[in-house]
Design a protein around this ligand. Structure first.
Ligand code: KIV
Length: 254
């Protein structure tokens, strides 16, 4: 079990790939932790997979804290990272440090994750100086969806490498690469000293993260980069139908 930032960063050299999953509530976080997953991300994907919103923009800091606190309570022996929701990092470093500190104080999590705007790595230094570990989210940044128009593979090698090195220099304990061309993600993983966690970025990163609801078959669709291990939607549906039939047929439930 990993439950400190130095333990997590040391996994880079452990010759074992790092596993990470999202979780948003007490029962699922407990299961994810019991499965020996190295770190839990309370992602702002909360907006889409739990709240049913069209993208990650609507989720609030208060909602991230509400869910993050449950996850931390359920998984006291697992490293928990909480996403900073839109528009984190765009309203000045003081707001960023204040909001991130509030997340740490109110949830008991270990670190925050920041979608890093190009050239904004000094924000990471501000967090680290304040004692707030930060994972830098690079590559596809879903909080930019209204500008981007669509979610697509990121292929700008020089810019991505430069951004990853800058994030590491600024003190990020880890870099997350979303939807980055596999060869570029591999080069970044081999270049950086901190762990590089990929999603939709090929198999050569130091670790992988996926959205729990995608692997469980609960998000209504399986993104190209995810693997569905079970179809919980079908199992839950069948259980609910069986229960309804029992009630309608007068079969008493003990
Ligand atoms: O919000 C999220 O779930 C993420 C993904 C990269 C896992 O940031």
């Amino acid at each position: 079990m990993t439950c400190t930032i130095p333990e997590f960063t040391a996994l880079k050299n452990s010759h074992k790939k790092i596993s990470m999953l999202t979780a948003y509530d007490f029962p699922t976080a407990k299961i994810v932790s019991k499965a020996g997953i190295d770190a839990i991300l309370v992602g702002d994907s909360l907006a889409t997979v739990v709240q049913g919103k069209p993208n990650t923009l609507p989720v609030t800091l208060e909602e991230m804290i509400y869910h993050g606190e449950m996850v931390c309570r359920a998984a006291p022996n697992t490293l928990v990272i909480i996403d900073l929701p839109f528009p984190a990092g765009h309203t000045g470093w003081k707001n960023l440090v204040h909001d991130s500190a509030t997340v740490l104080k109110k949830t008991g999590c270990h670190a925050v994750k920041l979608e890093c705007a190009v050239g904004k790595h000094s924000l990471i230094s501000r967090l680290v100086e304040a004692g707030i570990p930060c994972m830098a989210h690079l590559g596809l940044r879903p909080q930019m969806i209204q500008v981007l128009g669509k979610y697509s593979l990121q292929k700008e090698r020089d810019l991505l490498l430069e951004e990853a090195l800058a994030a590491q220099k600024a003190g990020a304990f880890s870099v997350l690469l979303e939807c980055v061309k596999s060869e570029i993600a591999q080069e970044i993983s081999e270049t950086l000293q901190v762990p590089v966690i990929g999603i939709g970025s090929g198999k050569f990163c130091d670790g992988q993260v996926l959205v729990l609801h995608d692997i469980l078959g609960l998000s209504g669709r399986v993104p190209r980069h995810a693997k569905q291990y079970i179809c919980l939607e079908e199992m839950i549906l069948n259980a609910c139908i069986s229960y309804r039939e029992d009630v309608e047929n007068g079969i008493s439930v003990p």
